[in-house]
Ligand binder design. Structure first.
Ligand SMILES: [Zn+2]
Length: 122
């Protein structure tokens, strides 16, 4: 594979159609649960942290279904349309590589409460 992070289509996406069908069905059922409704009712995008009207939040799979992700509580988050559109089929690690390659990663001082930036051990 010659494509590099930051170039369109660089990630090797090979869908398992049966898995995708099954997980889409599970997502539909998960959307109807009280748990999901409570997530959406908070009105906050998981990725950008912006307050969004609940009606505009979509269900996003952190690890995309097309990449083997499942429709389970640990893998779905409420997400605004802008974040959902920019995420496409990339896994979280691939998104970071993509952002690094594009030079658009958030500077460290913009990240609040970073547990790794505490005082150094003597
Ligand atoms: Zn967002």
């Amino acid at each position: 594979m010659s494509a590099r992070p930051g170039q369109p289509g660089w990630a090797d996406v090979r869908k398992d159609e049966a898995h995708v069908r099954r997980e889409r069905e599970k997502a539909r059922a998960l959307r109807a649960t009280a748990w999901w409704k409570a997530q959406v009712a908070r009105g906050v995008c998981h990725y950008c942290g912006k307050t969004v009207p609940p009606a505009e939040l979509t269900m996003d799979h952190v690890v995309p279904v097309a990449r083997g992700g499942r429709s389970e509580r640990g893998n779905v988050v409420p997400c605004c349309r802008a974040c959902n559109a920019s995420k496409s089929c990339l896994t979280p690690a691939e998104q970071i590589l993509d952002q690094l390659a594009a030079g658009g990663l958030v500077p460290p001082d913009a990240v609040p409460d970073d547990p790794l930036s505490g005082p150094e051990e003597p």
